[in-house]
Design a protein around this ligand. Structure first.
Ligand code: GDP
Length: 383
């Protein structure tokens, strides 16, 4: 009698410790014959894709299969966390494939977004990681927005696989579920493709397109570890991460005032002219305006009652803040290195995973305080 050590569906070694990792089965199933891991079980029985997360090493071994058998790569990006969506070292695995950047969760974007500007900015950031991408598709896997364009784009791909690649939580599983549902993929979409010498496999399924069958290949989702969402408890996630279309939150700010974005960020307006500052952040995140001279005391004494999120359980990751100087500039004017320059008709200061702050370009000198491990990005205004 042969006892299973790997899942008969995907080939992942079976384990019962980590529900998020590949090969998870309840311990009662360990040691039985012909065991399917929970993920494969659900795919077989419910036609449902579940996110699976792997270590970086396992991940690289899996995406290396794209290089061996190139195709079309759908690179799924969370529109609220571009930095947290970039897959480390992806370039060398997709250099012989075509890459389409699939920007997901656009249902959360506020009204009036200039999509060309967003597309340019995203392509620029993706190319900075040496991934040669020229196409962007905006979709909402959750609402179905934009998926018709995505289907039209992949229907010609009858001769090579369509890979779906993305960091954990970008919405890859939601997208695959939408595709499977749209094309009535039968309940047993899972076939094994194993590369000799590796135990892990990529799951694939076929859809009937107008020009012939198109093969979708799922890849695991890598956990980033240094994103806002990786560090929050479930309650704080609900309030901090946008889950409905963002409404602009407009604040008339005077010099020597401070805005707290929950307990995540603090915007000090040191000098300049009174102006509107627009926040595009979760509608549920408390925003607190105070005098600059009160800011230290609020931070020290009122994180739990006034700023509220992150709460005591997950606060420790957000305690050390780093100041990023901000300065509005005129055309051609230089600023010190590391200073956020707000030029022209203004800039969006992007806080990955949380949203962004729009400054109008009027005279402004100040600082944005952010958790030390969090990067900040600046782009032309989207709205
Ligand atoms: P995966 O880890 O990349 O497979 O991501 P999931 O498909 O599990 O999605 C991660 C989270 O994002 C879940 O909470 C989803 O409900 C949410 N999500 C996925 N797609 C969308 C979308 O188009 N819009 C919104 N608002 N949320 C989405």
């Amino acid at each position: 009698e042969v006892k299973a050590v790997v899942c008969v569906g995907c080939g992942s070694p079976l384990q019962s410790q980590d529900e998020q990792a590949p090969g998870f089965v309840p311990s009662s199933a360990m040691g039985k014959e012909n065991v399917l891991c929970r993920r494969c079980f659900r795919i077989r029985n419910y036609g449902e894709f579940l996110p699976v997360q792997v270590s970086e090493r396992e991940y690289q071994a899996q995406v290396a299969q794209i290089f061996d058998n190139p195709g079309l790569v759908l690179y799924v990006i969370d529109v609220f966390d571009l930095a947290g969506s970039l897959v480390p070292n992806l370039a060398r695995f997709v250099m012989n494939s075509d890459v389409v950047v699939v920007v997901n969760k656009v249902d959360l974007l506020p009204k009036g977004v200039r999509f060309e500007a967003l597309s340019d900015w995203i392509l620029e950031q993706v190319r900075a990681t040496h991934v040669e991408a020229n196409e962007v598709l905006f979709v909402s896997a959750a609402t179905g927005m934009g998926l018709d364009s995505l289907y039209r784009r992949v229907f010609d791909e009858t001769d090579r696989p369509v890979y779906v690649v993305g960091m954990a939580n970008t919405g890859k599983s939601t997208l695959l579920n939408a595709v499977a549902k749209q094309f009535d993929v039968p309940n047993d979409p899972y076939t094994v493709s194993r590369r000799p010498g590796t135990t892990l496999a990529l799951s694939r399924f076929e859809v009937a397109g107008p020009n012939g069958p198109v093969t979708f290949v799922d890849t695991p989702g890598l956990i980033h570890g240094t994103r806002v969402i990786d560090k929050l408890c479930a309650d704080c996630l609900k309030r901090a991460v946008p889950d409905a279309r963002l409404r602009p939150r407009v604040y008339q700010l005077n010099p020597e005032q401070t805005l707290f974005l929950g307990g995540f960020a603090r915007l000090d307006f040191e000098s300049g002219v009174r102006q509107s500052i627009v926040l595009y952040i979760s509608n549920q995140l408390p925003v607190h305006r105070t005098k600059l001279e009160r800011a230290e005391a609020i931070w020290a004494e009122h994180r739990d009652d006034i700023l509220q999120v992150p709460g005591p359980e997950c606060q420790s990751s957000f305690t050390d803040l780093t100041p990023h100087p901000i300065q509005s500039t005129r055309r051609g004017q230089r600023v010190a290195q590391g200073t956020i320059a707000v030029s022209g008709r203004g800039r969006d200061i992007v806080i990955p995973g949380l949203g962004w702050i729009t400054l109008s370009g009027e005279a402004f000198r100040g600082r944005l305080w952010l958790p030390t491990w969090l990067d900040v990005a600046v782009r032309p205004r989207l709205v």
